[in-house]
Design a binder for this molecule. Structure first.
Ligand SMILES: Nc1ncnc2c1ncn2[C@@H]1O[C@H](COP(=O)(O)OP(=O)(O)OP(=O)(O)O)[C@@H](O)[C@H]1O
Length: 269
């Protein structure tokens, strides 16, 4: 058996007295697509920060391809939560940042190799046309393609995505999720995909990790995204219905705090 891309053993994370999650055991295999869901503040981004080596676990262990997490890990590509980019960068500069911190030399051949890698990453996401454009002048969807290229340029074994579809229209949601999916299929890259919206990626998801208020469940989408499991997690009556292949979650507002319209619909008073 190959070494998992991610391995968490009895992992606990808390800030002060507050425990976000504990006893988390999870192996993510190469090429596996895991969606991480849960209400605001349940610790989804914090989990990515642990894997990025930015946040130590309170107890337990985490490994990335058999190694403890550390900053600047070349095995990881990271698409952070979307923020407007106002730095004076061109498209190819933004993508090139994905190679920095990885001990790239300054020799001529290294510089040429670096340029080729950035060109390839731009081509992979169909962003050649934005290579020289100031990033601050690009649309949200165009910027997001560049972020995907930045995350993929170092040929990572693990791709960590923090709500990469946020504020994209449906067409761009499809573009970005297909780019991520095609990389995991062609290069066997494991994907951890934090999202409030499972439907845009439902057909790609192998397993779901659902975090709620210190509790969690891991399993195939149908094992987790059902009325019984979510009612247990939220400790409130939740109905999950499938309509035309999409999952809709309906719950009392006091019990849930997700903020995306499709994902949880308020019950009428
Ligand atoms: N460095 C820190 N120190 C103390 N508390 C923190 C720190 N970082 C995050 N938190 C708190 O931990 C909780 C989980 O935060 P996190 O960003 O991981 O949640 P999330 O599930 O990603 O939320 P969202 O869906 O809103 O992005 C939040 O209540 C947050 O305020």
């Amino acid at each position: 058996m190959s070494v998992p891309a991610v391995s968490l053993r009895d992992a606990t994370l808390g800030y002060g007295a507050r425990v976000l999650w504990s006893g988390l055991n999870l192996d993510i295999e190469r090429g596996e697509f895991v969606a991480v869901l849960g209400p605001n503040g349940s610790g989804k981004t914090s989990l990515l920060r642990v894997l990025l080596g930015l946040q130590p676990l309170s107890s337990g262990t985490a490994e990335i391809v058999g190694e403890p997490p550390g900053r600047g890990n070349r095995r990881i590509g990271y698409i952070p939560q979307q923020r407007a980019i106002d730095a004076p960068l061109r498209g190819r500069d933004l993508v090139g940042l994905g190679l920095d911190g990885h001990r790239w030399g300054t020799g001529v051949s290294r510089i040429r190799e670096r340029r080729q890698k950035v060109d390839q990453a731009l081509a992979d996401v169909g962003a050649e046309a934005f290579a020289k454009a100031p990033v601050s002048q690009l649309s949200g969807g165009e910027q997001q393609r560049l972020r995907v290229a930045q995350a993929l340029v170092s040929d990572p074994d693990l791709l960590l995505c923090d709500e990469p579809l946020l504020s994209l229209d449906l067409a761009n949601q499809r573009v970005v999720s297909n780019l991520i999916d095609s990389r995991r299929r062609s290069a066997n890259t494991a994907v951890m995909f934090v999202t409030h919206e499972i439907n845009p990626v439902l057909s790609l998801v192998d397993r779901v990790l659902y975090l709620v208020d210190g509790r969690f469940r891991i399993g195939r989408p149908d094992e987790v995204m059902n009325s019984e499991t979510l009612s247990e997690l939220y400790r409130a009556k939740i109905d999950v219905v499938r309509v035309r292949g999409q999952i809709h979650v309906v719950g009392a507002q006091s019990a849930v705090c997700e903020d995306q319209p499709h994902h949880l619909h308020e019950e009428p008073a």
